[in-house]
Ligand binder design. Sequence first.
Ligand SMILES: [Zn+2]
Length: 130
Amino acid sequence: MNMTCVYCDGFGQKQNVLAIWKQCPVCDGSGTVTIDPDAIRRAITTRTGLAKSKPAAARSVFGAEYVWRMIRFHAGVDVTMPTTCWYTIGCGGILQQRHQSLLNVLDRLVDDLAEEFFGTSTAAAEVWVR
Ligand SMILES: [Zn+2]
């Protein structure tokens, strides 16, 4: 599934802190990102399930670092709130309404895989409500 890059709004370029236009680091200048659930799954799993440390392969698959980190959070393996993983999908800083359609797709994948690997996707929520 192709979606407009939310970091550069499909422009392919982004101004850096010095107001110099640079190729967008999230979409590599294409303006779109591809969400491939099978590729994400392959990048973050080993023969025994979800990779225990962040797999190097995840860096080259859009969304994989985000999904890996959020599964661990939702399953209660990591109970600290993920913050930096939003930057890997271009949603760093303050979450905005325009990020929602992208997050909906990725978060559905997170829920499905958390359920599959850990039998739960609400362990973190349960920790937080205690
Ligand atoms: Zn971009």
